[in-house]
Design a protein around this ligand. Structure first.
Ligand code: PBG
Length: 326
């Protein structure tokens, strides 16, 4: 028996080939940025407990790992440093001093993998004895004084070979300030991927484990955004756009898909989303318990972020995704 139905949406789902034709969104390894962690020492490859499959590498093992990463077709990494407590101070001076672990690593990576796009993090927290992204005075995070430190850090990273700088600190005016500092030093080609809408989120927990960078007091709510707000994200994005950002980022991704969509509808710059450590950890933990299929959950997650409107995804799944496609 058959009922007369003019529209049968199931016809477009009837075979793998037809489903592929009707598929609206795709994820490609070209869209992905792989965040990685570097630590002092040699021969080190230590797993981040709360991020199964993600390691802190010393420079030698990192370079080996990068061979595999680039062979898988990954074209961009975002490197974060883990510094021991004795390297940290109030002013994050280790972030721009010549000859540091991080800056030397950038040079070495660029030297060995000239085609790899190298993204860096511009924020004080991995170098700060206060564990905050900005300079702390009497329990307050100072904005304008922080910009000066960030500019030194940015120029040092550009000098070391960074292609894309990722200011993740959420200070006001940082994109314009960094742009000026970079241009004044002749780094007009170094891009800025601004963490435009970065929320004060519980989902950064595993990352702070990876870097031992949790705030020593208080929280980050006076600079990172209130998770309740989306109109405010438009203000942040507009400022970053005017100040010269090349990419606008939303972070985290999954609880903020509406923010990704809003920015994508309002700005013509490529939108990036950071599928953060806690989002990775949730899927990994459930998969390890056999509670869901980790690969499928990963693919569905990445797809949802692309569908919401992100062109670019920063994700700890990059390598696994690339391997699945290979
Ligand atoms: C800090 C920074 C954080 C992340 C990237 N840069 C943590 C924070 O703001 O506390 C989080 C990334 C992740 O959770 O994967 N400047």
């Amino acid at each position: 028996m058959s009922i007369q139905l003019p529209r049968r949406p199931r016809r477009n789902r009837q075979s793998a080939a037809i489903r592929a034709l009707a598929q609206e969104t795709t994820v490609s390894v070209n869209d992905l940025i792989y965040p990685m962690f570097i630590v002092e020492g040699s021969g080190v490859q230590s797993e981040v407990k709360s991020m199964p499959g993600i390691f802190r590498y010393s420079l030698d093992t990192l370079l080996e790992e990068l061979k595999e990463v680039t062979d898988l077709g990954i074209k961009c990494i975002d490197l974060f440093p883990n510094y021991s407590e004795d390297k940290k101070d109030k002013y994050a001076t280790e972030s721009y001093r010549e000859g540091t672990l991080y800056l030397d690593a950038l040079k070495a990576i660029k030297d060995k993998f000239p085609d790899l796009a190298l993204m860096t993090d511009v924020a004080m927290d991995p170098y700060s004895s206060d564990g905050h992204d900005g300079l702390v005075e009497n329990g307050r995070i100072l904005n304008d004084e922080t910009l000066e430190i960030l500019a030194k850090m940015a120029v040092a990273q550009a000098r070391a070979g960074a292609d894309i700088l990722g200011p993740s600190d959420m200070m006001d005016g940082r994109v314009g300030y960094l742009r000026q500092a970079l241009d004044a030093e002749g780094f007009t080609n170094v891009s800025i991927m601004s963490y435009s809408a970065k929320y004060a989120s519980a989902f950064y927990g595993p990352f702070r484990d990876a870097l031992d960078s949790a705030p020593r007091f208080g929280d980050k709510k006076t600079y990172q955004m209130n998770p309740a707000n989306v109109r405010e994200a438009l203000i942040e994005a507009e400022l970053d756009y005017q100040e010269g950002a090349d990419f606008l980022m939303v972070k985290p991704a999954l609880a903020y898909l509406d923010v990704i969509k809003t920015l994508n509808q309002n700005f013509d710059l490529p939108i990036a989303a950071y599928n953060v450590s806690g989002e990775y950890a949730m899927i990994k933990a459930a998969a390890q318990n056999g509670w869901l299929d980790g690969d499928r959950a990963m693919l569905e997650t990445l797809m949802s972020i692309r569908r919401a409107g992100a062109k670019i995804i920063l994700t700890y799944f990059a390598k696994e995704f690339a391997r699945l496609q290979a």
